[in-house]
Ligand binder design. Sequence first.
Ligand code: NDP
Length: 316
Amino acid sequence: RQGVVVITGASSGLGLAAAKALAETGKWHVVMACRDFLKASKAAKAAGMADGSYTVMHLDLASLDSVRQFVDAFRRAEMPLDVLVCNAAIYRPTARTPTFTADGHEMSVGVNHLGHFLLARLLMEDLQKSDYPSRRMVIVGSITGNSNTLAGNVPPKASLGDLRGLAGGLSGASGSAMIDGDESFDGAKAYKDSKVCNMLTMQEFHRRYHEETGITFSSLYPGCIATTGLFREHIPLFRTLFPPFQKFITKGFVSEAESGKRLAQVVAEPSLTKSGVYWSWNKDSASFENQLSQEASDPEKARKVWELSEKLVGLA
Ligand code: NDP
């Protein structure tokens, strides 16, 4: 049978490109889990995805109620779940004041990490029920969360500190909106911190569930896709200069189509079944197992992030 893959944030950029790449093979039915139903439907059509190769379903990761409603709606649709891809993200690089999710958590960590954490935890039940030969959970990471790389060392650097802000609920009002508890808000750092949480979560899933379930848990850095909507909130000069800078200076630039193929590999390639891996690609577009920074691979921190996140999303 066809595999069924749920991709969050499949209405643009990497998620859309991966949805298209997978649907085109004819081997996958793609559930596009998106906050803007109309935008996602139009994007699928404009990308040339065949009718019947995908289903758009509503999911707003900025609301934990919406996450639970998505899970209910997905179950009512009576499709199996073979692969889950946590891809959606927001990036507010110039923000100096926080915004908040429906549940009162700072938006970048709320959407990129907490919404996905609840989604992934709830959908584990469905993944476990699937009879598909290679079941996977993929959480999209980022090099910006890797302080062991050049790009990961561009300030402000990711650092979760002792997690006191996360423990306080990232509510801003009664404490800090930053994970490390810093009183001043920095949108660029909040994004990087959220990506470290994504990578830690993937590894904690691997430690807790891989042996028992056989499910593959992985993360990836798809390359710098300098043209996606992720940079929509950046200053105009940055948006003009960033793509050529990545193309000609750092040479880290990757097209949306190529990045989509990379994510599709992590979903479907028989050679990428190893669990607990953070995948990257070299200049010839060959995949390799990359090293994570010390913080992004700290098992103690992963456990703490897991436990604090459980409380914030109402699982503990
Ligand atoms: P885009 O902005 O193009 O795509 C982000 C997607 O997330 C959109 O579909 C967006 O929906 C969705 N989204 C945002 N907020 C929510 C929400 N509250 N609920 C549901 N969906 C939401 O960015 P990219 O394609 O570049 O980013 C995709 C992933 O790739 C992210 O995880 C990012 O961190 C990662 N990444 C990107 C890199 C890059 O260079 N671009 C590099 C490394 C990693 P909508 O269309 O409605 O806005």
